[in-house]
Design a protein around this ligand. Structure first.
Ligand code: PMP
Ligand code: GLU
Length: 420
């Protein structure tokens, strides 16, 4: 036994036998209560399951994916390859390389009307990490965060992990999944610390109009809470609809808004893990301190790719955006032909959240059952709405080929007809 070992295993029991002293470990090995709160990401696991079935040769149509099916544009890949070849393979400043932070500042000014300095920007290994870090630095135990449902489930998990409590403001398809300012006002309490706004929204595709965002900002300003604006789907909007960045509304609002964005969706770069936030300096500094102790910088050469992404010829993004718009029209048109399945035509992102409640009952009682039934009976993968606090609904991602959209919706229709 090494010197000091006895002290280390203070929960061990010492035995004396003919072989001398031996130790029995008697401590029960437990995990933290934080770990017991954790749930796996259902969107990632359903996507992985659908991909695994496909790899085994099953003819599965997957509407599960939360990522573009396009390849990353070559100019971006080339920039990363050049950086690698040039030996750009070491630690970078935690909050990101200077040229990327400058490119983000320029992008926010040019495309979003948001004015920040490089010191207000933090680059992270994905926007998911940006949101996590924001929750960690904003919330104390018991603090409340307003979430507009249906919402991306990760927000609720990250709020709870930080000791906070999600307070849900419900929306419905009848109002296009746009929140009512009165409902938000009613949800505010003395513990409200922040609101998370995600427009365009995952999973509904709703794009919040300017007057909704103005009303929401007025509440935040009056009651004194933070606004976290997740704008990751911001470039994917359709039919000429206006996308408004909350931090562009006025100075007072900008001073309480943390804008989150990243390269994953706009540039088909989900695997690169590049997200960023732009925030008041105190927030950016606190996030940088946290990231210093967690991941350090986002991958060096991926950051070089991201610089190129932010300078990409807009025609490249437009190609992907217009293809998504055509698919949105296709999927919305096909779904609207299915009897008793109300849809809300999404203004952005690449998700649609039809209401299948009319088909639930008996063996297929919930949206979770229905997603299972569709996968087993029709080989179509979808994400149950309950995951996003939208029971009775299924989320379909139309980041899928037009052929798959046609085939998949026809199969859903056929499988539903057997349920009647
Ligand atoms: N926000 C929303 C609403 C999302 O759907 C996603 C997708 N994963 C993210 C943030 C995170 O994106 P990433 O971590 O790939 O940058
Ligand atoms: N955000 C995407 C989705 O909702 C990707 C999966 C995830 O990060 O959870 O499907």
């Amino acid at each position: 036994m090494e010197p000091g070992a006895l002290g280390r295993w203070h929960l061990a029991r010492a035995h004396y036998s003919s072989r001398g002293y031996t130790l029995d470990l008697v401590a029960t090995l437990t995990l933290s209560s934080r770990a017991s709160l954790l749930k796996p990401s259902p969107t990632l696991s359903i996507t992985a399951k659908a991909n695994a079935l496909k790899a085994e040769g099953a003819d599965v149509v997957s509407f599960a994916a939360g990522e573009p099916d396009f390849d990353t544009p070559d100019a971006i890949k080339d920039a990363a390859v050049r950086a690698l070849a040039a030996g750009f393979t070491k630690y970078t400043p935690t909050s990101g390389i200077k040229d990327l932070k400058e490119a983000i500042v320029a992008k926010l000014a040019r495309e979003n009307g948001v004015s920040v300095t490089p010191e207000q920007v933090v680059v992270s290994a994905g926007a998911k990490l940006s949101v996590y870090e924001i929750m960690q630095i904003l919330l104390d135990p018991g603090d409340e965060v307003l979430l507009i449902a249906p919402y991306w489930m990760t927000y609720a998990e990250q709020i709870r992990l930080a000791g906070g409590e999600p307070v849900v403001v419900q929306t419905t398809g009848q109002t296009g999944f746009i929140p009512s300012i009165d409902d938000i006002r009613e949800a505010i309490s003395s513990r409200t610390k922040a609101i998370i706004v995600n427009s365009p929204c995952n999973p509904t595709g709703a794009v919040f109009p300017r007057d909704t965002l103005e009303g929401l900002a007025a509440l935040a300003n009056r009651h004194g809470f933070w606004i976290v604006s997740d704008e990751i789907y911001e470039r994917l909007v359709y039919g000429g609809i206006e996308q408004v960045s909350i931090a562009s509304l006025d100075r007072e609002t900008a001073e309480r808004t943390i804008t989150v964005n990243g390269c994953s969706k706009t540039f088909a770069m989900t695997g690169w893990r590049i997200g960023y936030l732009a925030a008041p300096t105190q927030v950016a500094k606190a996030v940088t301190n946290l990231q210093d102790q967690m991941t350090s910088n986002a991958t060096s050469f991926a950051q070089k790719g991201a610089v190129q992404a932010l300078k990409l010829d807009p025609a490249e993004v437009e190609k992907m955006r217009s293809e998504f718009e055509a698919r949105r029209d296709l999927v919305a048109g096909l779904l609207s032909e299915i009897p008793r399945v109300p849809i809300t035509v999404p203004g952005g992102a690449f998700y649609i959240l039809p209401d299948f409640s009319a088909y639930l009952g008996g063996q297929v009682a919930t949206d979770l059952d229905l997603a299972g039934y569709l996968l087993d009976e029709a080989q179509v993968a979808t994400v149950p709405g309950s995951v996003f606090e939208a029971p009775g609904h299924l989320r379909l991602s139309y980041a899928a080929s037009r052929t798959d959209i046609q085939k998949g919706v026809a199969r859903i229709r056929e499988a539903l007809s057997k349920l009647q």
